[in-house]
Design a protein around this ligand. Structure first.
Ligand SMILES: [Cu+2]
Length: 163
C-alpha cells in the first residue's frame, strides 16, 4: 500500500505539475501571439482613446489663453477727444503706439482735424481728416508728439503724444 500510495502521489504530482505547466504555457502562448501586433494596436487604440479626450479638453483651454492675447491685442487703446465750442478736450492726449484717437464733434461747426503746421499739415502725413466731419478717428503708429489743429479754426489746437 505504501509503495502504491507513493507512486499514486508521485503520479498525481506529475499530473498536477504537468497541468500547471501546460496551463502556464497556454496562458503565455496567446499573449505571445497577440503581444507583438495586436497588443500594440490595442495600446495604440488605448493611447488614442486616452489622448483624444484630453486634447479635446485642453484645446478649449488652449483657445482661451490664445483668446486672451487676442483680446489684449485690440486693447491698444481707443481714446476720445471731444471738440466743443472752446476747442479740443483734453487738449493733450497720451496714447500708446498703435492706439486710436477718436475726435467727436459736439458742435454744429466744422471740425477738420489736421496735423500742424497749418495749412500744409506735414508734421504727420495722413493725420488729416480732409473734410469737415462730425467724427474722425486716426490710429497713431509713429511715436512722437503730434500737434494738430482744426483746419477751419486754427486757434483750436491739441497734441497727441504717442509713446
Ligand atoms: Cu490746417
Amino acid at each position: 500500500m505504501n509503495k502504491k500510495f507513493l507512486v499514486l502521489t508521485g503520479v498525481l504530482i506529475i499530473i498536477v505539475a504537468a497541468t500547471v505547466l501546460f496551463m502556464s504555457q497556454r496562458a503565455l502562448a496567446p499573449d505571445e501571439d497577440i503581444s507583438e501586433e495586436e497588443v500594440e494596436e490595442m495600446e495604440e487604440a488605448d493611447d488614442q482613446d486616452f489622448s483624444t479626450p484630453p486634447t479635446e479638453e485642453t484645446d478649449p483651454a488652449e483657445e482661451n489663453p490664445s483668446d486672451e492675447p487676442d483680446e489684449e491685442e485690440p486693447a491698444p487703446q481707443t481714446l476720445s477727444v471731444t471738440y466743443s465750442a472752446t476747442g479740443f478736450s483734453p487738449s493733450v492726449v497720451n496714447v500708446e503706439a498703435g492706439g486710436t484717437v477718436v475726435f467727436q464733434n459736439t458742435t454744429s461747426n466744422c471740425m477738420w482735424v489736421a496735423s500742424d503746421p497749418h495749412p500744409t499739415h506735414t508734421v504727420l502725413p495722413g493725420f488729416d481728416s480732409g473734410a469737415c466731419l462730425q467724427s474722425y478717428q486716426f490710429t497713431f503708429t509713429q511715436t512722437g508728439s503730434w500737434s494738430y489743429h482744426n483746419h477751419f479754426r486754427e486757434s483750436h489746437r491739441g497734441t497727441i503724444v504717442v509713446e
